[in-house]
Ligand binder design. Sequence first.
Ligand code: HEM
Length: 496
Amino acid sequence: MEFPTLSMYYPELILSTLCFILFLLLLANWSFVGMSLTFLLNLHNLPEKFTELLERSQLGTISVHSSKMDMVATTNPGNVHHVMSKNFWNYPKGPAFQQLFDALGVSLFTLDLEDWKTYRKLIHNYFMHPQTHQFMAKVIPVNIKKGLIPVLEHVSKQEIVVDLEDLFKRNLYDFACIMSTGFDPKTLSVEFPQHPFFKAMDDMCEAIFYRHFMPESLWKLSWVGIGKEKKLNAARDTLREIVTKYVSMKREELKTNKDEEKFDFLQCFLTQHEVFGSVLHPEENIRDNVLGFIFAAQDTTSATLTWFFWLLSENPDVENKIREEMEEKLTVKEGSKWEISSIEEVRKLVYMQATLCETLRLYPPAPFQERIALEHDVLPSGHRIKPQTKVQMSSYAMARMTWVWGEDCQEFKPERWISEKGEIKHEPSNKFFAFSAGPRICLGKNMAFTLMKAVAATILYNYAVQVDKTCPVIPAASVILHTKHGLMTRIKSKSA
Ligand code: HEM
C-alpha cells in the first residue's frame, strides 16, 4: 500500500492556506470590507450611488470610520477649497495613492510635497512657454486635417457605424503623442489599426478603479497574477514599452537632425532646454512624465467629447444653438466644408465653450479626487480630521447638489455658463471641480478647451451625427468616466 506523501496534497495545502490568509484579512478589515461590498454591488452605477449617499448627508459630507481606515467623503465646495488650496500642504495624495497608480511611476501626477513642487515648476514652465503654444497651434489643425477629416469622410461615404468614443481616443492619442514626443502614431486612419496602447490604458484604469474598493493587502497579492491585477501588470509593461521606444527614437533623432520646428515635451526634457533647467533627469522620470502627459491629455478629452456628443443627441435645441453660433462666427467659403486654419477661430465660440463646461460639470472625466491628511484638522463643515484620514471629493456628485448648483442642477443647461455680457461666466474651481483646484489644478485646461472646440466644430459644422439609441450609454467602471459600451453613431456628410 502506498502511503500518502506531503507532495500529493500540495494543491489542497496551498489553497487552504490562501483561504485562511483571506479569512484573516477579511476579519482584520471587516468594516472596510462591508463598505467596499456596498460599492462593489453598485459598480454599474457607482457615481449615482455616491451622489445618493451624499445628497442625504448634512452639508454634503459623510464620514466613515473603521479600525483600518477613516474616510470623509464630501461635495462641499468649502471643504474642497480648504483641502485643495487653503491647507494644501496638510493634504498630499500620499504613498497609498502612489501605490494605487504605480503604473504611472514617478510622474508629476503621482509625486507629492517637495518632489511634486520641483516637477510642477518645470512642467508649468513648459506649458507656459510661448513656443509650446505655437507648437500646439500648428499640431491641432494638422492633426484634424490629416487624421480626423479623412476618417469622417470615409465612414460617412461607406455609411459605416462608428464608435465615436473609439474615434476620439485615437485622435487624441495621436495628438497627445505629437505634443509629448514629437511622433505621430497615426492610430486614427481609415483602417482603424489595432494598437496596444488602448487596451493597456483601459485595463489600467479599470484595475485601478477596482483597487479602490479592495483592501490593499488583497490587491497587493498581485504576484498571484490573477484577474484585473494580471491585466494591470501587462498594461504597465505595455505602456512603459511604448514610451521607452519613443524615448530611444527621440535620442536617435536628436543625434542626426534636431527638428527646430518641434517643441515637444520630450525634446525639451532630453535637450535640457531652459524650461527643464540644465539638470539631467533620471531615465525613469523622463519615461513616467511622458506617460503622465499622455494619460492626462488623452483619456480626459476623449471622454469629455464623447459625453458632449451624447448630450447633444439628447438635447437637439443645444446643438442647433451651437450650429447658429458657428454660422455666425466661423468663416467658410461658399459651398465648401469648414476646415480649421488657425486655433484663434475657435476661441470665438462662446456657446460651444459653455456647452463643454456644462458637459464637464455633469460628466467630469475624473469624477473624484482623494487626499490623505498629515495632521489633525477641522473642515469648514465641522468634520474632524485625524492624521491618515482619507478625504474623498466628488465633482460628479457636487454637480448634482441643489444647494451648490441650484434647483435645475440635474438639467443640461449651457446657458448657466453665459454672463450678462455674453461671455463665459467664471465659476470658482472648488465649485467647478472638473479640472481639480488649488496648486495642483490641471495644467492643460486651456489646451484641452482649444482642442475639444476644434474637434467638435469640425464635426458639427460639416457632418450630422446620429446616435444609435438602442445601445445604452452608461459610465464604465473605471477611474476615468468613459462609457461602458462606447457611443455608436452614423455620420453623414452635410455636403453629400
Ligand atoms: C477635459 C480635459 C481635462 C480634464 C477634465 C482634466 C482634469 C484634470 C484633473 C482633475 C487633474 C488633477 C488630477 C489629480 O491631481 O489627481 C489634472 C491634472 C493635470 N492635467 Fe489635466 N485635464 C484635462 C486635460 C488635460 C490636458 C489636455 C493636459 C495636457 C497634457 C493636462 C495636463 C495635466 C497635468 C500635467 C496635470 C497634473 C497637475 C499636477 O499634479 O500638478 N490635462 N487634470
